[in-house]
Design a protein around this ligand. Sequence first.
Ligand SMILES: C[S@@+](CC[C@H](N)C(=O)[O-])C[C@H]1O[C@@H](n2cnc3c(N)ncnc32)[C@H](O)[C@@H]1O
Length: 273
Amino acid sequence: MADQVASHYAGGNDIVAAIAESLRKAGKDMDKLTTADLGTVDEFHIRGRQATLELARSLNLTPESHVLDIGCGLGGPARTLVETYHCRVTGIDLTPEFCDAAAALCDWVGLSDQVSFRQGDATALPFDDSMFDAAMTIHVAMNIARKDLVYAEARRVLKPGARFGVYDVLQGEGGEVLYPVPWAREKSISHLATPDEMKSLLTKAGFKILEVQDSTEEGQRWFEAMAARMAAGAVPAVTFQSFLGNDFPQMARNQVANLRDRRIRTVTYICQA
Ligand SMILES: C[S@@+](CC[C@H](N)C(=O)[O-])C[C@H]1O[C@@H](n2cnc3c(N)ncnc32)[C@H](O)[C@@H]1O
């Protein structure tokens, strides 16, 4: 299962080379790249950087904070936190190619000192108890059947009282998900929890839920705008297509339908350990 998830994301091409080529083709100077240049590829979730900033606002971050990003992908959310709060972030991700690419992208924008990445599984975190001042996980658990382990592990590595931000794709009331979607080309690696299941999972792991925010409508508008831009050929310099490949336009169209029909929902939970 874990291998299938990692190969879904890694795609088989050289991710760093593909992103660099797209940026060069768009006329970007690789020596003067900013995190803003990367936001359309390295913030790999619905509503991109804006959603990361919204989540981060509730994590009580200071320059002294050491934050864990569970399922960090290409590291965009980690870099956004470092740039905004001047904190330190450790990212962990199942897909080795994403961890390597995340480190390379940090080098490009000069943020390697404050962010580090490590390959690993969210269901068995390679960290000591009570190590982190805050943690977040963005669009990760939809690939993981054992969410109970993910949240128990997050609780274990957080200091008592620390904040945990979860922004995920949930099963909606509108029927079966239409595939392919960005996290799965078919059902076998997709494991969506319902909003009721999420509340129970987080509570059973020992978290107090402080806030719940459903952003399905905003997510729908964001994906509609992206699908419209792609249909018009007006795509940004670099997109998720760099690693997801040529079926990304179909994934985007399916996401518009999945969100519109409420087959999926996007929900944020701000929790306290
Ligand atoms: C849609 S991406 C989101 C990446 C990142 N959080 C972001 O928002 O840009 C999902 C990520 O979850 C990772 N992932 C899936 N299952 C995982 C697991 N069991 N442990 C750690 N990471 C996992 C994948 O490798 C992928 O990088």
